[in-house]
Write a protein that binds this ligand. Structure first.
Ligand code: HEC
Length: 133
């Protein structure tokens, strides 16, 4: 049978596919992994998941600051009046108290490239979590 011939032909194809996939599959710090490693200890994405120390973040990109019902924000969050966009998120993730002075979010990310990756991820996720659900 020509099975041997067929599999011989397939080898370069399989090698090519593996080479193309390798960087994607083996990359440890995908944006989703970054979120899990850096944020998920305190934040879930969906309002359907039990609340952790911080409010859910699935739809935070484009959401009004301090607006998750039932979350006990520090007063500056509910007094503030802005929408979480890339500019606000970037300053906030670098140093939350620089945006909202009474923040007790215990997180700071000094690396602008990591902040940008997390912000892009939040922006991509937002349409999937309408009303935080
Ligand atoms: C150690 C826990 C902790 C970690 C880690 C943490 N956060 Fe928070 N986050 C909080 C808390 C607590 C608040 C509310 C703070 C307050 O009310 O003073 C908050 C609030 C926020 C808010 C404001 C949300 C709103 O509804 O206005 C954003 C945005 C946010 N966090 C993003 C992030 C992102 C993105 C990460 C990861 C890169 C992260 N946080 C990591 C605890 C954390």
């Amino acid at each position: 049978m020509s099975l041997r011939l067929v599999s011989k032909w397939q080898i370069p194809l399989v090698v090519a596919v593996v080479l193309v996939m390798a960087p994607v599959v083996s990359r440890a710090d995908s944006p989703a992994d970054l979120f899990v490693a850096q944020c998920a200890v305190c934040h879930t994405m969906s309002a359907k998941d039990p609340m952790r120390q911080g409010p859910n973040l699935g739809n935070v990109y484009g959401r009004k600051v301090g607006s998750v019902a039932g979350f006990a924000y520090s007063p500056d969050y509910t007094k503030a009046n802005f929408i979480w966009d890339a500019k606000h998120l970037d300053a906030y993730l670098a140093n939350p108290a620089s945006v909202l002075p009474d923040s007790y979010m215990a997180y700071q990310q000094p690396d602008p490239a990591i902040r940008a990756e997390i912000i892009d991820y939040l922006k991509q996720q937002a349409p999937l979590y309408v009303d935080g659900k």
